[in-house]
Design a protein around this ligand. Structure first.
Ligand SMILES: Nc1nc2c(ncn2[C@@H]2O[C@H](COP(=O)(O)OP(=O)(O)OP(=O)(O)O)[C@@H](O)[C@H]2O)c(=O)[nH]1
Ligand SMILES: [Mg+2]
Length: 256
């Protein structure tokens, strides 16, 4: 019986040593490893449920937060701590995210970013489009700090720049805001990388490089998907009317 099998086994052994089988095996292993990595990355991504509302003081984060959750207008005061709530992206879908409104005050914003950044599935960076011209340097500075953060770079949460307060005639357009921010961030990365080991950067070996070296900065060079929308948390009809957040809500459906 064993003697009868021997020639077959020998043939099989020879087959297994052949280059064709070997390449099939290698391909199968490669597919399995890719699949495992993909599952791991997906798992990590779906465990991050937070959508952070970031931006300078007075940008409109808290009003936006209230409007998204209840639809209603409310008077706000400058935030000194975080507030969070579950947000259902649409009526018919059970998908939800945790919206987190963070304070924009200069002395608080980095410490709150530090606390919540690892949980961020997506970031809404709210800009006051009316005060933009005056605040452009500060806006770019904060955005820069967010974008060179190693956790943010690693997780690459989707980023939406929400150009708020579009109900005001003097509001700058999303296009202009994007161009000006790209210009400012370009300047910032040059001045930052030229600076000798900075106090904040020295511990981690310096902040990461923003965008591509040797090329003018633009948002497409970042590891995350960046979009710009115009919105108005107040709405064109004021406190009694509805907010204008359609583009923002559409984006939330996409990232949830
Ligand atoms: N005209 C207009 N005013 C807005 C809009 N969104 C917010 N505001 C007003 O801007 C002011 C600041 O809004 P908040 O939502 O408190 O701003 P914030 O970004 O939460 O500010 P901090 O909590 O200090 O970081 C309030 O008086 C809002 O009513 C908008 O779309 N249009
Ligand atoms: Mg607030």
């Amino acid at each position: 019986m064993a003697g009868g099998l021997e020639p077959h086994l020998e043939a099989l052994r020879r087959e297994l040593h052949g280059p064709a089988v070997l390449s099939v095996l290698v391909a199968l292993i490669a597919v399995a490893i890719t699949f495992l990595i993909w599952r791991f990355v997906q798992g990590r991504r779906s465990s991050r449920k937070a959508v952070l509302l970031l931006g300078l003081c007075d940008a409109g984060k808290t009003l936006l937060f209230a409007r998204l959750l209840s639809g209603r207008y409310r008077d706000t005061q400058t935030s000194i701590t975080d507030s969070s709530a579950v947000y259902r992206v649409s009526q018919d879908k059970s998908t939800n995210v945790t919206l987190i409104d963070l304070p924009g005050h200069e002395s608080l914003r980095l410490q709150f970013l530090e606390r919540f950044k690892a949980a961020a599935r997506a970031i809404v960076f709210v800009v006051d489009s009316v005060a933009f011209q005056r605040e452009v340097k500060d806006v770019a500075e904060f955005l820069y700090q967010v974008l060179v953060d190693s956790t943010v770079l690693r997780n690459a949460p989707a980023l939406l720049i929400a150009c708020n307060k579009q109900d005001v005639t003097m509001a700058k357009s999303a296009k202009l805001i994007q161009q000006q921010l790209e210009k400012e961030l370009n300047t910032l990365r040059v001045t930052r990388s030229a600076a000798p080991t900075s106090l904040d950067g020295s511990a981690t070996g310096g902040p990461a490089q923003l965008g591509k070296k040797g090329k003018d900065f633009d948002f497409s060079q970042l590891p995350m998907k960046v979009e710009f929308v115009e919105c108005s948390a107040r709405g064109s009809k004021g406190e009694e009317g509805e907010a204008d957040l359609e583009a923002l809500e559409k984006w939330l459906v996409k990232v949830a």
